[in-house]
Design a protein around this ligand. Sequence first.
Ligand SMILES: Nc1ncnc2c1ncn2[C@@H]1O[C@H](COP(=O)(O)OP(=O)(O)OP(=O)(O)O)[C@@H](O)[C@H]1O
Length: 979
Amino acid sequence: MHQTLLPRNDHASSTTSVHPASSSRLTAQAAFNVVSEPSSGKQLVALGIKNVKVRTRDLAQTINALFQPVWMMLVLVFLHLSAKQPSSHMAVKALPFLSVDTCKSTTDCTYFGYTGVPATDPMITELSGFFAVSEPNTVVPKFYTDEAAMRTAYDASPVNFVVGVVFTSPSAGLSVPSAANGSATDQYNYAILANHTAYVSHDYLTSRYATAQAYIERAAINLRRKANNKTPLSSPLPLKNDPGSADTGAGRTFISYANFVGLGTSINSSLNAFYVIFCFQAVWLGVLSILVVEKKNRIRSTMAMMGMTRDPYLISVWAMQNVQNLVTCALMIFILFVGRIFTNTNALIVWLLLILFSFNATAFGSIAAVFIPDPKKTNTASFLILIATVGSYGVCLALVFGSGGAVDPTKETLLFLIPSVALGRSINYITGVEAALGGVTFENISTGPCAKALWMMAADCVIFYFLAWYLDAVFPGEFGNPLPYDFFLRPSYWGLGEYRRVTDIAQQSATQSVETARHDPTHADMFESANVSHIPVEDREIIKVRGLRKAYSTGPGWAYNIPLWGLFFRIFYPPKSSRTTGAFSGVQKQEVVSGLDLDVHKNEIFGFLGHNGAGKTTSLSIIMGMVNPSAGSVIVNGHLLPGSDGVGRGDMDLRTLGEVQKQMGVCPQHDVLFDTLTAWETLRLYATIKGVKVLGRKTDAGSSSSNSSPDELLDEYLEHLLEDVYLKEKKNERVVTYSGGMKRKLSVAIALIGDPRILIMDEPTTGMDVFTRKQVWQLIQDSKAGRSTILTTHSMEEADALSDRIAILSHGQLQTMGSSLFLKNRFGLGYRLSLEKRRVMLADQKQQHPPQQEIQSTSVLGSHEGNVVLFDEARTTAIVQQHFSDATIDVNTTTDITYVLPTTGTAEQRNGRTAQEYIQDKKAALPGLFAQLDEEIAANRLGVKSVGLSLTTLEEVFVSLQEQEEAAKAAKEEAETSK
Ligand SMILES: Nc1ncnc2c1ncn2[C@@H]1O[C@H](COP(=O)(O)OP(=O)(O)OP(=O)(O)O)[C@@H](O)[C@H]1O
């Protein structure tokens, strides 16, 4: 008895096959009628929910983002509180009384001498009133006729003379000021002669200089107030009948009188403004990190490939950050007011200032994210934003606002286009007003810079968000398709006008057949001639790639040497290769895809194989519209992709990519999942992004039928999909708990959502165990109907089991393309003929061959489990070589022997026949060989128990092709070096 394994259906000839589903269960695709109708509004809501879930479940990140600015504000309160301790800060010394610890004499002392105004002058009357209510000892102002007389009195007994005041013209002889807002004659000009002899240090306070000044200034104010019928102020020093005030010094702090109260007790009010700007660092860093991480990890581009439009994405990130800002700023206001840093100002005004600045900070982060390619650089970028914001305010403060004089309103308005300047100036102003025991309210807001700052920061929001939105579209980074510079002026961007599909382009290459497009006719026999007659015309060339090229450029070396900018480039775009760092190294291009031509039809799985770095992922990224080609064209389902030859971006309908991506399902090489979401939530998210609508369950007749609501149907569908990938039990567990293989299964399920017409699977089964892998193969196989599938894999077994056609890519170029059988025949070792050796000698054989003879006539002889092995190798080999002259022995053991029956042959062997003709001739020899073997075995002449035939494996084909490529490369290099 013998068995013969012949290729099934002339196709899958390896021993691997995809078995029918374990039961008659249908896949989700087969069981449900599904359509995809993405909507920006629903995408926005879904992304918003996702953002909230991701953010709130990552508690560490939430606390950091929400409370960092609040915490910094709290530090400001601590500083403020510490500054209020009189003992610990020199700035909070109390004003000393004129009559305490001054004169030696208790009977003949001049606490306050004056000249220049008569004793009847209202100033003196006012001062006398203050002295009476505040000074612990009796203080009577003492008149001198002139300054000389006063100096003489001082010289007579300096230790008994405290302060002398010289009132000078024009105040001399004044009576009560007559005008409310008056002339120079309303003013008191005066000089204080403080006693530097009686006090060792020339201290402003201990010499009572400050005390005298405080009295005189307050008296002058009161005279003006009285003239205007306003209630006069009380004495600047505490009233002597106020219990306890003399001990604590309360109410007579020097610093309070000198306009440094409140926020500025110890810190200059400008510093407060700087500090408040500092607080917002977490805001721009937060949004910057999200955008850069999701860009780098391809989360965003993958969602885009599934049909997500860019506006909902950006808006959802901004909304998330700004809602968080509302909370953060409210907490900051709470701290500012409860900590009594601000007391009199309207809290809503400060909150509006903070919130508008935080909105702007979100926009800064978004703009920076456009230019930062790497999450590791976000801290550096954030620091640069800090330098820019704080620095711009610092420069303005130093050059414009620092002088304290009036600022030209137009200049101020223009400077407020920088949000940090608007905020800094406002905080500085509020601090000052608070210090004067006032505050900014809605009544007086127009007198300071706050109103203008609010308006300008609102305008800044419009400008900066527009910039962020625009730059993001025009410079999408490595994984994105840039929009034209004037994209927002085109109606098609806004979905207006009829959609224009660019298929009838006058583009030679795009209309060529794949054979014509192939440039090197000498290698024509490396490709199976495509017979597409059995495919309906509308199902052909669903994906059509012609002359595709992609070159990555290394950084321009010279750019690293531009002063300052060079440093920026080095930090954020470090050289990719050591060769580019030279001063004039220029741009170097590395072509990773070099002229790719291929077609993928409907209902077909197209295997895309190649060594590491061959260019598979790059090619797929171009087909998916994620990366622009350098040359060539890609047409997907009749849509010419942007970046293709012949049609400029300007001529393209800006909806094209969206239209294509709507029809795609993508399983990227690296899982793009959110760790904190569950499988169910992930599928729900992608279902909304794709706008999946389940019309109903398919009946036998193929039409929809269901009584369930749309939501229930969607849930049923997603549940079914999870069951398809064997994740149903795990559906409520977070992705972070999944194994590598489970994550891949979820990625496969995501790719299949919404019944996509184009399915792109980049190494879908990496990391899966054998059992799971077979299940996923089955799913891919079951899902191939009605769509075009491209599959890349490093598992030859997988490619062989699933692919209808296979292309092998090497160094960016197609080496070969055709069915698995074609490749095996064309490049494989040929057929493998395996014979199992008989181990029990038959009775008639024993007679024919005595033991000694037996030993000599067999090539492999031994004792195995008591049986004698008998096999006539010479006779068998002769028979095999009679039909396949170049057959060789590959494996020869005590139990089996395997012959290789080559089918390719050298040019000489082919003798004018094409490779395919030669293969056909070789295949024709098989029946003759088997007929003869059957006859010999039946007659017990060979010592053979059974025969098997298998075709070479795809793995052998792949290795053989790589070896050929390496050999050709080595030969070329040798030829070049020997020149
Ligand atoms: N952004 C990039 N800049 C420069 N070179 C790149 C970039 N992306 C890919 N390459 C290069 O392009 C080549 C092809 O990469 P690609 O990822 O397409 O290969 P692949 O065939 O998918 O490999 P693998 O099987 O390992 O996934 C590699 O040499 C890679 O270094």
